[in-house]
Design a protein around this ligand. Structure first.
Ligand SMILES: [Zn+2]
Length: 247
């Protein structure tokens, strides 16, 4: 993203110095997906996900999905996404969002790649679409619901389909109530993410988020779970490895 144009190499170096061993950088359209692959080619720690975000779904043609399919052949691509539905911002018409999500899910099924799902005020639609998709394609590694912010019942349904749930810096905000949901999730289904440059941990609120700050989210998670940061770091790293098969 352009927020990192000035110091992208420094950002990645800081993350590695902070103990981040793997970074999954995520495309939101064809162009940013190409850039994600480019970055993954430059650093052994960086991997790419390619996909089309619901925000930009409005003018997407099937040809762009074909382009995503071609890009996914790159060995540094470990997932498809970000894809999903966003009925909060509604930057794209609902029908277009649904179509672009379905195209990408179909592709993920064909390629046996995990998906990164964006769900903003669209949980019911996403749950029913994913339920169908899982029934049809029986994916071994369905994927991850990113920036999970729903309650326990949605969590249980996603978990029942085999999805992981990822949490970001927002779990440490003073008014956040994700603790109970997090404690109800099996340890092998928990992931951490930055969603940078967005959603920085409390300490950096109002500023740009970056991958090195994931350590702060691990600390918050450790506090919620009553475990050590080291144990949570180890577990979430293993979980990410199992889901994305980083090589
Ligand atoms: Zn998102």
């Amino acid at each position: 993203m352009k927020e990192f144009s000035r110091d992208r190499d420094g950002v990645i170096t800081r993350a590695i110095d902070a103990g981040v061993s793997k970074i999954l950088t995520v495309g939101t359209d064809v162009k940013s997906s190409e850039k994600a692959i480019e970055l993954a080619g430059k650093y052994p720690q960086v991997f790419a996900a390619v996909g089309i975000h619901p925000h930009g779904a409005g003018n997407v043609q099937k040809a762009e999905i074909t382009r995503i399919a071609e890009m996914s052949e790159n060995p540094r691509v470990v997932a498809l996404g970000e894809m999903g539905l966003d009925f909060y911002h509604n930057y794209s018409p609902k029908e277009a969002q649904l179509q672009v999500l379905k195209w990408q899910l179909e592709l993920a099924g064909e390629l046996s790649l995990p998906v990164i799902i964006h769900d903003r005020q669209a949980t019911n639609d996403i749950l029913s679409i994913l339920t169908e998709w899982v029934k049809l394609t029986r994916p071994q590694r369905p994927g991850v619901i990113h920036c999970f912010g729903e309650g326990a019942s949605a969590a249980m349904r996603y978990l029942g389909m085999g999805f992981c749930l990822a949490f970001g810096g927002y779990i440490g905000y003073p008014n956040n109530k994700a603790g109970d949901v997090i404690r109800s999730i099996p340890a092998d289904k928990l992931l951490v993410e930055t969603d940078c440059p967005f959603l920085p941990p409390q300490k950096y609120r109002g500023r740009r988020n970056e991958p090195a700050y994931i350590t702060l989210t691990v600390e918050v998670l450790a506090g919620i779970l009553g475990k050590s940061s080291e144990a949570v770091a180890r577990q979430t790293t293993e979980n990410a490895q199992r889901l994305f098969k980083f090589q």
